[in-house]
Ligand binder design. Structure first.
Ligand code: NAP
Length: 296
């Protein structure tokens, strides 16, 4: 028998997650049956969505999420020993996974990590995985940017926002980023090549937008979806700043859909009641896009 440890949700979070909200428990893994593999974690993902999603999971649930794991035993030809896979195994040290059965959960099946040519395999959980996909498809498919257009990004120094800004630069756009500290702002302009970046905590945003985007914003990629005080797709200043053909995109949980970083530590998954008309329209479109995500 192989022993394995996993983190379970010991308490629902109040405010920011704390160490004693989790409990580390040990279990014995069963022997493999046909169609199963045993994996050992190489890298776990800790994401903003986990905080709000946890509300819908009972105490005792194994913390969910994706990981890069090495196959150490296999009874499936498609998943040979030694390969690395990305799968929704949760916060587990080791796991036995049935890779043969039909997926009824809606979660993607584990996939074998391609050759990253020497790059860290943990990038499969970041820019070469869900984060990169969110930025790439969320921006290119929803905003459909064209060279020469002006793109604004909130949460610009975050995992998704920083990737969106770099893709926008590759596409020949002018990029304006908003972040919450001077250090982040400096990083965005000096290292990532953003054309303008502002600390939204200390800047008059209307003035910043007038100066950096005198003709309006063509594409607005919102990572926050806050409603009061902070930058948001719900905020009227964005509506007036959007050019006539302006498009709004977002990480699937931000402007258009579920949560957004500004709501990451709230104890609710409900959308704010003041969601604007434009966001409600986008919501239905983005939910459709999300459902179609497997086509990508
Ligand atoms: N990462 C993914 O793979 C992925 C996939 C799908 C969807 N998403 C969604 O995309 C959005 C951005 O994700 P991310 O991974 O880029 O996030 P991240 O790297 O954790 O960045 C989030 C940033 O949002 C800003 N923020 C503003 N108000 C906040 C608040 N009240 N609480 C926490 N953060 C706040 C903070 O930056 P400032 O200090 O600069 O304000 C923070 O650093 C989230 O809604 C997430 O759920 C992410």
């Amino acid at each position: 028998m192989v022993k394995a440890r996993r983190f379970v949700l010991a308490k629902h979070f109040v405010g920011e997650p704390k160490e004693d909200d989790f409990e580390l428990v040990e279990e014995e893994l069963p022997d493999l049956k046909d169609g199963e593999i045993r994996v050992e974690a190489v890298a776990l993902s800790v994401d903003p969505y986990m905080r709000p999603y946890s509300v819908n999971h009972p105490v005792g649930t194994t913390m969910f999420g994706s990981q890069v794991a090495r196959i150490v035993e296999s009874r499936s030809e498609a998943y040979p020993v030694g390969k690395l896979v990305v799968g929704q195994f949760g916060w587990r040290e080791r796991a036995v996974v049935d890779v043969g059965k039909q997926d009824l959960t809606g979660l993607p099946k584990p996939y074998i990590v391609p050759d990253f040519k020497g790059l860290s395999k943990s990038l499969a959980l970041g820019v070469l995985g869900m984060t990169g996909n969110t930025a790439y498809f969320g921006f290119l498919e929803l905003c459909k940017p064209k060279a020469g257009e002006t793109v604004a990004v909130t949460g610009a120094a975050g995992a998704v926002g920083s990737t969106v800004g770099q893709i926008a630069k590759i596409k020949g756009c002018k990029v304006i980023g908003f972040a919450g500290s001077d250090d982040k702002v400096k990083w965005l302009t000096s290292e990532l090549g953003f054309d303008h970046a502002f600390n939204y905590k200390t800047t008059d945003i209307d003035e910043a937008l007038k100066k950096a985007a005198p003709n309006g914003i063509d594409c607005y990629f919102d990572n926050l979806r806050s409603s009061n005080g902070q930058l948001s797709g719900n905020n009227s200043r964005w509506k007036v700043s959007l050019s006539n053909a302006g498009r709004i995109g977002g990480s699937r949980e931000s402007t258009s859909c579920c949560n957004g970083s500004s709501r990451a530590n709230l104890s609710t998954t409900k959308r704010s009641p003041e969601a604007s008309r434009i966001c409600r329209q986008l919501l239905s479109r983005c939910c459709r896009e999300r459902m179609l995500a497997r086509r990508w």
